[in-house]
Ligand binder design. Structure first.
Ligand code: ADP
Length: 498
């Protein structure tokens, strides 16, 4: 009965066995049946191979004849104890087991095995060699660990984003699915993991979403620098797609370059200011030369002591004094910025400082027809100060008040004592005033407000910078106030007193 192969009866049994044996002989998996060997206490400590298939030989490198009938500890010296314990559990409990095992004694091979108890102390094992797969897995784990260490330790920010698209297929946000420790420092965002960019920054510019969506869709990596006004930061970003394109994931390697940009935005400004200064300097030094050479021409022909001659000489002296002042200021500012100025401090009365300053500034105030008002405290105020330097500061403020106020203006110098042994000296005018955004900047070197300024009395934009440094060297502070263009200015110097 050909068809009753696996039916009951001796003939069927035989045919069925033949079919299983054929399979057993031809299959790619290794297979063996083994029998437990026990010690005196009945513990399984070894096993003997009862049957092995040809694949067994191929997958283990052990000839079938060498294995059959012999204990595994003899066939594979150094077989892992763990492996024997695993089979013992299968045999004793009757529970099947599925596991991976590394057998260094077998040429360092890895196997995946399924063991099942057969009864009577026997068990069978079906196994595959997975050494190569393991090697790839291990390499992946290792490289993942390597990259992870790298990303965790680098100073640059690293994150993986997942782009989010709306029903119409338009990108509208992205979620942070991985971030490294430096991420927070570069973005200023804590707890970003798992949240979306627009949850964290509701007013985030959509260009960021669109840029990353382009990378996610096209797969083209992108390197760029851009400003995120919503975050108040500049970034240098390298964005590249990772993973399966359908996941819409983009990795970013980025740095916060706000400081660099500010230094750059500031360097350009300083450079422009220096160019402007050089032009002003040339102009200011050139201006007095024409009247001086005119004066010389007049003197050549004028009689000694004549009125024309005297006028010419006075004019030349004024122009020369102006040039000397400019050059002195220039030298001072370079000395102060190089820390080359030493204060010669002594006890000095505020009144004396003001008097010395007025001596210098009075001609300029008078020439412009300004009315000067003085208001000093009744009691004497004493300072530990370099009198020359401080009167230079005050006369600078008075000169500016005179220069930047239309003729016939009003200039006031008012001093008053403050708590904690300080005095404030305010020089105010009713002149052209200073726009609010320039109030702090007028103290920067070479800064002058507006080109519309009448430059007839102009300087080099160094007086206030010098004043600030000298005041600070005295442990004091200087500030400017103004209600805006055309509404006058007040410069206040605060100094410690004795
Ligand atoms: P400058 O030699 O140009 O006077 P300063 O450093 O003394 O240089 O002053 C810097 C700038 O501040 C001036 O060019 C002017 O634009 C502005 N400024 C200074 N003092 C006054 C003031 N009293 N009123 C209006 N503007 C002023």
């Amino acid at each position: 009965m050909e068809h009753a192969e696996d039916g009951p009866g001796p003939q069927g049994q035989h045919a069925g066995e033949a079919r299983w044996r054929g399979l057993f002989e031809r299959m790619g998996e290794g297979f063996f049946v083994a029998e437990a060997l026990r010690d005196a206490a009945g513990r399984m400590t070894d096993f003997r191979f009862v049957e092995v298939n040809p694949a067994f030989e191929r997958l283990t490198g052990i000839p079938m004849q060498h294995a059959l009938g012999r204990p595994v500890r003899e066939v594979i010296p150094g077989v892992p104890d763990d492996l024997i314990r695993t089979y013992a559990r299968v045999v004793d409990s009757g529970e099947p087991a599925e596991f991976e095992v590394h057998v260094p004694a077998l040429n360092d091979r890895w196997y995946e095995a399924r063991a099942r108890a057969l009864g009577h102390g026997q068990f069978c094992v079906l196994f595959l060699e997975i050494t190569q797969r393991k090697a790839v897995e291990l390499a992946l784990v290792r490289s993942e660990a390597r990259y992870r260490t790298l990303f965790e330790s680098i100073d640059e920010g690293f994150c993986i984003l997942q782009l989010l698209f709306d029903a119409a297929g338009q990108p509208h946000d992205y979620r942070f699915v991985e971030i490294n420790p430096a991420f927070e420092r570069h973005t200023g965002m804590a707890g970003a993991l798992g949240r979306t960019a627009r949850e964290l920054i509701p007013n985030l510019e959509l260009t960021w979403v669109h840029t990353y969506a382009r990378v996610a869709v096209s797969g083209e990596p992108l390197r760029f620098e851009d400003h995120a006004p919503s975050m108040g930061r500049w970034f240098d970003v390298f964005a590249f797609r990772i993973g399966n394109p359908a996941e819409h994931k983009v990795a970013l390697l980025f740095s916060d370059i706000t400081q660099r940009k500010q230094v750059e935005q500031a360097l350009r400004e300083a450079d422009a200011r220096k160019d402007e200064f050089l032009a002003t300097l040339a102009h200011e030094l050139r201006n007095p030369l024409a009247p001086i050479s005119n004066g010389l021409a007049i003197l050549r022909h004028a009689e000694a002591g004549s009125a024309v001659g005297v006028r010419a000489r006075e004019l030349m002296e004024r122009q020369l004094a102006h040039m000397v002042r400019l050059v002195d200021d220039l030298l001072d500012v370079s000395r102060v910025s190089r820390g080359k100025v030493e204060l010669r401090k002594a006890t000095v009365a505020l009144g004396a400082l003001v008097e010395a300053a007025l001596e210098t500034s009075r001609p300029l105030l008078d020439a412009a027809g300004h009315r000067l008002e003085l208001a000093l405290p009744a009691e004497p105020v004493l300072l530990d100060a370099d009198a020359t330097r401080l009167s230079q500061v005050l006369s600078n403020l008075l000169n500016n008040a005179a220069k930047y106020t239309r003729e016939g203006g009003h200039v006031r110098l008012a001093a008053r004592c403050l708590p904690q042994r300080r005095v404030s000296i305010a020089v105010s005018d009713n002149g052209i005033g200073i726009p609010p955004q320039m109030l702090d900047k007028v103290f920067d070197l070479f800064t002058q407000v507006g080109a519309a300024l009448e430059r007839s009395q102009g300087g080099l934009g160094i007086g206030l910078s010098l004043a600030r440094r000298l005041v600070e060297m005295h442990g004091g502070h200087i500030s400017a106030a103004s209600d805006g263009a055309g509404r006058g200015s007040t410069f206040t110097v605060e100094l410690p007193t004795l």
